[in-house]
Design a protein around this ligand. Structure first.
Ligand code: S3P
Length: 166
């Protein structure tokens, strides 16, 4: 069984994954990091040079690889849910958790960082709103959802373990 952390950019997946990993003594894996390692390029460069469909192909491939192992905390990129086969695989090999946050919180957490190609636009707030609306039905398929806006990553991790009886 794995724990998959999904949810929009800036909802805290990577930090919560590290907290969960410490609490559970399971290794944390970050799919975006694995993609960058595999390609030898930053995510922004992959998007720019090869395009989003290529990125999604590698993302799906790496998810398939990591899903073969058990007892890992896996933080996924925000768009992993766009492919229904990814959702099915996560649910088959673990628990799909979705982290959420209010739009102003997402905006604040992602502002000025520059490593997220989808938010490198003139009006990131509008883009966040649009993407969240499009993705809402996909994130809604998670086994458990937690709003991270007002609590620490440690508290989020504790809530996840408590709610899952782990
Ligand atoms: C994406 C989210 C990013 C990264 C890529 C695309 C998305 O990951 O995978 O920039 O489509 O929401 P984070 O959610 O970890 O920022």
């Amino acid at each position: 069984m794995n724990i998959y952390l999904t949810g929009f950019m800036g909802t805290g997946k990577s930090v919560v994954a590290r907290q969960l990993a410490q609490l559970k003594q399971w290794p944390p894996l970050d799919l975006d990091q694995l993609i960058e390692q595999r390609e030898g390029k930053l995510i922004v460069e992959i998007f720019k040079e090869k395009g989003e469909p290529y990125f999604r192909k590698i993302e799906k491939q790496i998810l398939k690889e990591v899903a073969q192992q058990k007892n890992q905390i896996i933080s996924c990129g925000g768009g992993i849910v766009l492919d229904p086969e990814n959702i099915a695989l996560m649910k088959k090999t673990g628990i799909m958790v979705c982290l959420t946050a209010r739009i102003p919180v997402i905006l604040e957490r992602t502002r000025g960082l520059g490593h997220r190609p989808l938010l490198l636009v003139d009006n990131p707030e509008e883009k966040i709103r649009q993407l969240l609306q499009q993705r809402q039905p996909f994130y809604a398929q998670a086994d458990l959802s937690i709003d991270t806006s007002d609590i620490t990553p440690y508290e989020v991790a504790c809530q996840i373990l408590r709610k899952l009886n782990l």
